[in-house]
Design a protein around this ligand. Structure first.
Ligand SMILES: C[S@@+](CC[C@H](N)C(=O)[O-])C[C@H]1O[C@@H](n2cnc3c(N)ncnc32)[C@H](O)[C@@H]1O
Length: 383
């Protein structure tokens, strides 16, 4: 799909010269990519209408029960209004995201004029795409709000601790290059760059890229925006307040990186973008390796692009993303099998924990909570 692109406004690094990948795309591929981008923007645009319809359905169903029963739940009265206000606020954020989609990267630009895109797109977005929009909002809470602090502590902090173990503070310099594939909204990559490493996050989804571009390149104040990440959760709410819980973001000013920090976001399929051997000192993956059709391709690529002596730090589960998806191939290995591949390819295990509890965009107040029992490991490509 897309290629290496760097959010150059606040980045340096890169390593991809302007137009490298763009020039490789055929006209047909370019058109396909534009159509896909348009589909993503359409889904963002449709967010308000779609969410309001869902609120209207809940209200209608409540209004259809006998009045006598309705009176038993007097607190339901202003629920619709409150949910609508929350959705309006989310849509204000969504509009900011799509207004900043004239993304200019180091080797690509996406000069889409989002103002010409209607709130009611010609083709109604699929539920799958609307779910991606809702997930993007929850990812904002995970990566860039106080509400995500606990989650980041269990997912990102162990990776950062390990990085500091490999490179003690006095050894850190921009000459040490760290890559974060599947970077989502870029918080882990940002934190690594803040320590003084050169760090590049790589992301493939346009939903994530648009939101990451907005936070990283357009937000310049702490707690600038308000968001209701759980407003679409109609089940397992202990109180209405938990559905209506808000958070502000960003909890840290993304533009306030220390002088000399080298932080970039690169767009595109990890397997297509990173082909240069012996380039990176460290690769850090969090909740990423199970996004592969074939994880062996990921492992081989990580091995190839690491410099001799370089390390791969990984934390995450094995929720194979393409499992049971029609017309998608999915190699569904166990951790034992993944581990055997890692060693067969040549990595040496330095550290391993097979039981590391972590959550992912989890509503802390929900009556249903998913907790992953992740693996966490550090492996090294021999010198
Ligand atoms: C489960 S999310 C994890 C995001 C982030 N690491 C975190 O912990 O919040 C996996 C991310 O990998 C991205 N992704 C999936 N396949 C990819 C690929 N081939 N290349 C780059 N990114 C990819 C997805 O778009 C998604 O944002």
């Amino acid at each position: 799909m897309m290629s290496a692109t760097s959010s150059s406004a606040k980045t340096s690094n890169g390593g991809y010269s302007s137009g490298d990948y763009e020039s490789q795309l055929t006209l047909e591929e370019e058109q396909k990519e534009r159509d896909h981008f348009q589909k993503v923007i359409d889904a963002f645009r449709y967010y308000r209408i779609h969410s309001m319809k869902r609120i209207a359905t809940a209200e209608k169903q409540f209004n259809e029960i006998p009045t006598r029963q309705q009176r038993l739940v007097p607190s339901f009265g202003d629920t619709s209004l409150r949910l609508q206000q929350a959705v309006e606020q989310n849509y204000a954020v969504v509009k900011k995201i799509i207004q900043s989609t004239d993304m200019l990267f180091e080797n690509r630009s996406f000069p889409l004029d989002a103002s010409t895109v209607n709130e009611v797109p010609d083709n109604k977005p699929k539920e799958f795409d609307m779910d991606k929009v809702r997930t993007t909002l929850k990812q904002l809470a995970r990566d860039w709000s106080d509400a995500g602090a606990v989650e980041r502590e269990c997912c990102y902090a162990p990776v950062i601790r390990e990085l500091l173990n490999i490179y003690p503070k006095e050894c850190i310099s921009p000459n040490i290059k760290v890559l974060v594939p599947g970077a989502g909204l870029g918080r882990l990559a940002y934190e690594i760059a803040r320590l003084g490493f050169t760090c590049q996050g790589n992301e493939w989804s346009f939903y994530m890229l648009c939101a990451a571009n907005f936070v990283i390149n357009r937000c310049d104040m702490v707690n600038q925006y308000l968001l209701y990440p759980w407003v679409h959760q109609y089940n397992n709410n202990r109180t209405r307040e938990s559905q209506l819980a808000s958070c502000s973001f960003p909890d840290r000013n993304p533009s306030a990186v220390p002088p000399g920090s080298k932080f970039s976001m690169a767009a595109g399929d990890f397997l297509e973008v990173y082909t240069e051997p012996d380039t990176w000192n460290c690769v850090a993956t969090v909740f990423f390796i199970d996004t592969a059709h074939n994880v062996i391709d990921y492992i081989e690529t990580i091995y190839r692009i690491l410099q001799p002596g370089g390390c791969w730090i990984n934390l995450g589960p094995l929720l194979w993303h393409y499992s049971d998806q029609p017309d998608e191939s999915s190699v569904e290995l166990t951790y034992e099998e993944v581990r055997a591949v890692i060693t067969s390819i040549g990595f040496e295990f330095l550290k391993e924990s097979r039981s590391h509890p972590a959550t992912y965009t989890q509503n802390p107040e929900s009556m249903l909570k998913y907790q992953y029992d992740c693996v966490f490991f550090v492996v090294r490509k021999p010198s």
